[in-house]
Design a protein around this ligand. Structure first.
Ligand code: C5P
Length: 300
């Protein structure tokens, strides 16, 4: 049996971060949006007499992709192990991972790969792990993994990001991503945010403001009005060039243009294809050592 699933990238169309919690995590109010840009995950059962439970093949190879880490600690392997353990299934499995989403860029690539592995295994072993338990497995792998497990193209996230409410999809829009030649660590970015905000009431207010965001009538104009990423202050203060990239996207007509998650990718949503294509040409000429990718929002 062989199951192939797409593992889409995401951006947060808004991302408000509350104060740190005793758990060490921060409460969020966010609007997750899947992109057409995706990794591919292929799961195949191996012959029962094959040695070793799990085999991972990655293209490009894991060693060639900074931040993916060794095979044992890769989220894909951890996701598969957790599922099979909970399901009480012992079987040899081959996982092929075709990476297209840049790592360390705030686009959720590793979390999406893990969420997709869980979805694929659920298809291979229906009912073997209950829905609630599977959500727990996803959350234990990372705060964004529950979103990718659910497979909603657009959803509001609360709590650590694991409390999800699907939103009615918006019409598809082109999205331009600028990938700088360096990554930003998510844990470090949360640390900068706490350091810069200190005990100010701003953190608490961040969540109050967004409590009513994203109703069923949400439009792209609403999104553009509400778009804000609380990581921009602390991350742009340490990497001012990322603020310049965001401003370049805005000047080219993107609305909204924001830092993706905790960075380092910056993204812009365009109203139409020609403006997005023109922006890609301009940005490639202006930033030859950055990746510039044209993709779009996913609606299914
Ligand atoms: O959950 P994930 O492994 O993606 O989180 C990486 C780090 O980011 C955590 O160790 C934590 O420091 C921080 N984080 C947070 N609040 C969240 C999500 C992540 O503080 N809601």
């Amino acid at each position: 049996m062989r199951v192939t699933v797409a593992a889409p990238a995401k951006v947060n169309l808004w991302l408000r971060v509350g104060p740190p919690q005793p758990s060490g995590y921060h409460d969020l109010s966010t609007l997750f949006c899947c992109l057409e840009l995706a990794d591919t995950v292929v799961l195949r059962k191996r012959r029962p007499d094959d040695d070793g439970a799990l085999e991972l093949a990655c293209a490009p190879p894991l060693e060639a992709v900074p931040d993916l880490g060794p095979e044992e600690s890769n989220l894909v392997v951890r996701a598969a192990r957790s599922f099979l353990e909970r399901a009480g299934v012992e079987e040899a499995m081959h996982i092929q991972l075709i990476k297209r989403i840049p790592a360390g860029g705030g686009l959720g690539g590793g979390s999406s790969d893990a969420g997709s592995v869980l979805r694929a295994l659920r298809r291979m072993h229906p009912g073997a792990v209950g829905d609630e338990e599977l959500l727990d497995v996803a959350a234990s792998l990372g705060s964004d993994v529950p979103f990718f497990l659910q497979g909603f193209p657009l959803a509001q996230g609360a709590g650590r990001g694991e409390r999800l409410t699907p939103a009615r999809t918006l019409p598809p829009r082109p999205v331009v991503l600028i990938i700088p030649p360096f990554a930003v660590s998510t844990a470090e970015a949360y640390g900068w945010l706490d350091l810069d905000r200190g005990d100010s009431p701003e953190a608490q207010e961040a969540l109050q403001e967004e409590r009513h965001g994203g109703g069923p009538e949400l439009t792209w104009d609403d999104v553009a009005d509400r778009a804000r990423n609380d990581f921009e202050g602390p991350v742009f203060a340490r990497h001012p060039e990322l603020g310049d990239l965001r401003d370049s996207l805005r000047a080219l007509g993107a609305r909204p243009a924001l830092l993706a998650g905790s960075g380092s990718t910056v993204f812009g949503v365009f109203a139409g294809g020609p403006a997005a294509e023109e922006a890609v040409r301009t940005l490639r000429a202006e930033y030859p050592d950055h990746g510039v990718i044209l993709t779009g929002t996913r609606t299914r």
